[in-house]
Design a protein around this ligand. Structure first.
Ligand code: PXP
Length: 239
């Protein structure tokens, strides 16, 4: 297996735990430092419009660390303005629905999404790499290219939730095909959502993939083995 796939660790759920008590612990900034020491290549966070986990002050503090910060946001003007002020290293634009438990699939680029082209242009102008979270479909990859994205992040939910080996293989193939098209079009290639210690290795082998963004499974495992070990184990699996 190649060793070029980077691990972005999403620390949202460290903040979820803190917000359960509106306390100061566990601190996502301290968590980011532990993740880095354990081999994470980037720290990922999703500043949601409902602020259910990461808060604005967390984002600004994270962006001051000497670590690559990858921010996930919805393409709405308020979030774009905040991101431009905080200056993360890269941004992934995701769909966001108020009552969802977690992100539900990729952006539907078949329909015009108000605010999306302006957001992409604003980030590019600011020198912030922009990726679009999409399902592994050729039409979505082409649309992302047309919109001027630098990178796509393929949504791995369908692969992760596939029941049985045949369905998982089919979903993996969809990811691979979308990846080949991204490479052909000159787009960077990331993947994530729902990945865990059992399903990650096949995804890490997708040709041209440069980064995986993983959160929930790592924070869940950290409850039992500690964050440092949970990150190191994941890094080992994808290397
Ligand atoms: N990638 C994107 C675009 C996401 O929205 C999320 C969840 O915030 C993740 C990756 C990480 O997903 P998970 O927490 O299931 O690993």
């Amino acid at each position: 297996m190649g060793n070029a796939v980077k691990l972005g660790v999403n620390i949202d759920h460290v903040a979820t735990l803190r917000q359960a008590r509106r306390d100061i612990d566990p601190d996502p900034i301290a968590a980011a430092n532990v993740c880095r020491q354990a081999g994470a290549d980037a720290i990922v966070c999703h500043l949601r419009q409902d602020r259910r986990h990461i808060q604005d002050k967390d984002l600004f503090a994270l962006c001051k660390l000497k670590t690559d910060i990858h921010l996930e946001i919805a393409a709405v003007p308020q979030m774009v303005r905040l991101a431009l002020k905080a200056k993360p290293d890269s941004v992934c634009i995701v769909p966001e629905h108020p009552k969802e438990i977690t992100t539900q699939g990729g952006l539907d680029l078949a329909k015009p999404l108000p605010g999306l082209p302006a957001a992409i242009q604003a980030f590019k102008k600011a020198g912030i790499e922009v990726s679009l979270f999409i399902d592994p479909e050729a039409s979505m990859v082409r649309a992302a290219k047309k919109l001027g994205a630098d990178t796509i992040e393929l949504c791995t939910t369908a692969y992760c939730e596939a029941e049985g080996k045949k369905k998982a293989k089919d979903e993996l193939e969809r990811l691979e095909l979308a990846g080949y098209l991204a490479q052909e079009l000159g787009l960077g290639l990331h993947a994530g959502h729902g990945l865990d210690y059992h399903n990650v290795q096949a995804v890490a082998r997708i040709p041209h993939l440069s980064a995986l963004n993983i959160g929930f499974s790592i924070v869940a495992r950290a409850v039992f083995v500690g964050l440092k070990s949970a990150v190191a184990e994941m890094k080992h699996l994808i290397s």
